[in-house]
Write a protein that binds this ligand. Sequence first.
Ligand SMILES: [Zn+2]
Length: 306
Amino acid sequence: MSELLRGAPRAEDALAEVARCLLCGSEESELRFEEPPFRVVRCKSCALVWVTPRRDPSRLVEIYQTAYWHSDAAKDFGYTDYQRDASLYRRTYLRRYSAIARHCKTPGEVLDVGCAAGFFLSVMKEKGWRTQGVEVSGYIAEFGRKNYGLDVIVGTLDEAAPVLGDRRFDLITFWDVVEHLPDPIAVLRRAASFLRPGGKLLLETQNVRSLFARVLGQRWQHYKHHEHLYHFDPRTVRELCRQAGLRVIENRARLGGKYVSLGFVRERAGRVHPLLSTLLFPLKLVERSPLYVNLFDEMIVVCEKA
Ligand SMILES: [Zn+2]
C-alpha cells in the first residue's frame, strides 16, 4: 500500500452500533437521515446528534494517519492537501487570536490538543506564548516540529498525560477536535485537570442547529461520517462541558470563520450540487486566492473549571 493511503477508511472496516446517548444515556433516538452504512440520529431526550455505526474507539486513531491529510475525497474524509494550505490556516488563527486575547491578558503556556501541523501553535509562539502540542498522527506532528520547531507529543491526551506530568496550562485548546472523539466528556475532563487556576479551555466545533446546517440538511459540509461522530449545538455543548467539570463563559460564532482558497469553495459547493462545482469551474484559474468565509455554523466556546 502506498504510504499516502495509510489509514484511509475501507468498505470492509468493522463498525459497531452506538445506541445510547453520550450525554443523557437515553436509548430513544430518532433518525435524521441515512447514508449507508451510516445513520445520523438525534436523542429524543436531550437532542444530541450522533453517527452510528462507527469504528471501535481503539481503532479510530488509525484513520488520522497519512491519508487523512492528503485525501482524494475531502468532502467525505480528511483534507485534500493540509500542509499546502498552511498560510490559510495561519491567517485564520491570527484572526481568531482576538477570541483568546479577550480572556488571556498576557501570553502564558498553551496546550493544543489535536494540534495537527501546528499552525495554531506557530501563531501562538509568535505572540509570545510557550507552546505544547498533542497529536495522534505522527506524520502530521512531524511537520510542526520541522517547520515551526514545536514540541509535540504523539498520541491521545491520555497517552500524553504521563509525559505532561504536573505541568499546568493557562490555555488549553481543541480546534475541530471534540466531534472526532468517541468519549469527549472523558477527554475534556482530563484536559481540565491540566488547567492552572483561572486557566481557560477553548473548543471549536460545528453547530448542528445553525441556520446553515438546517438549510443544507444532509448536504451540510460537516457531515463526514467516518470522522465527525457527534454534532453539537449551543445547548448540548454546554451540557458536554458541564459533565466534564467545565462552565461555559462564552459561545460565539462570530470568530468561527476561516480563510479558504477559492478551490476549496468550488470543491465544497460540489457537495451541495454537482452543477455548482461545474459553474464555479472558472475559479480554478485563481483557486489559490484566499477568501474569508463565515457561515456562522461553528461555535467558539470558552470555558473555565466549574
Ligand atoms: Zn440524550
